[in-house]
Design a protein around this ligand. Structure first.
Ligand code: GDP
Ligand code: MG
Length: 163
C-alpha cells in the first residue's frame, strides 16, 4: 500500500521545488514569477525507501483577481480530494501570511489530513517563521529546505507511518 500526497500552499512557498526534489525529474515548472504552475501535476515520488504519488498544486496566485483566486481554491480543493495526505507548505522566512491562513481554512473545511511544513528553513532565517507556524493549529511544523534538501529525514519520519 502506498499513498498520495498533495503539496499545497500559496504561491512561492516552494511547492514545485519540493515536487521536483521528490520526483527527481523536472516535471513541474519552477519559476520566480508567481502564477507559473497553474495545474495539478502528478509524479512518482521517492523518499528513502518510500514510494508514493505526489501532486503539485497551484497556489493562490494573483489574489487581487477574484476569478483566478476562485480557480486556485478549486484546484487546491481538487488536490485535497485526490490525496490521502496534504503537505501544507509555508515559507519559514516570511512567517505566516494572510494567504496562508486562507489555505489553512480551506484544509480545515475539507477535513484534510494535514502535515504542516515550514520550507526555506535552511540556516537561522527560518527560526521565527517555523515557530510562528505553530499558531496555525495544524500541529508541529516539519522544518525543511526543498531547495537544499534539508529536513528530508524529518519529512520521511512523518510520512513513514502512512506507507
Ligand atoms: P511554488 O510557487 O510554491 O511552486 O514555489 P517554487 O517551487 O516555484 O519556489 C518559489 C521560489 O522559492 C523559487 O525562487 C525557489 O527557488 C525558492 N525556494 C524553494 N524552496 C526553497 C528553499 O528551501 N529555500 C530557499 N531559500 N528558497 C527556496
Ligand atoms: Mg509551483
Amino acid at each position: 500500500m502506498s499513498f498520495t500526497l498533495a503539496i499545497v500552499g500559496r504561491p512561492n512557498v516552494g511547492k514545485s521545488t519540493l515536487f521536483n526534489r521528490l520526483v527527481g525529474k523536472r516535471l513541474a515548472l519552477v519559476d520566480d514569477t508567481p502564477g507559473v504552475t497553474r495545474d495539478l501535476r502528478e509524479g512518482d515520488a521517492r523518499l528513502g525507501d518510500l514510494r508514493f504519488v505526489v501532486i503539485d498544486s497551484a497556489g493562490l496566485e494573483l489574489v487581487e483577481d477574484d476569478s483566478l483566486q476562485g480557480r486556485m481554491r478549486r484546484l487546491t480543493e481538487r488536490a485535497v480530494e485526490e490525496a490521502d495526505i496534504c503537505l501544507f507548505l509555508i515559507d519559514a522566512r516570511m512567517g505566516v501570511t494572510p494567504a496562508d491562513e486562507i489555505f489553512a481554512d480551506i484544509l480545515r473545511r475539507k477535513n484534510a489530513h494535514v502535515i504542516l511544513a515550514a520550507n526555506k528553513a535552511e540556516g537561522a532565517a527560518g527560526d521565527a517563521g517555523a515557530l510562528e507556524a505553530w499558531a496555525l493549529g495544524l500541529g508541529e511544523p516539519v522544518r525543511i529546505s526543498a531547495e537544499h534538501g534539508e529536513g528530508m529525514d524529518d519529512l520521511y519520519d512523518v510520512l513513514r507511518p502512512h506507507a
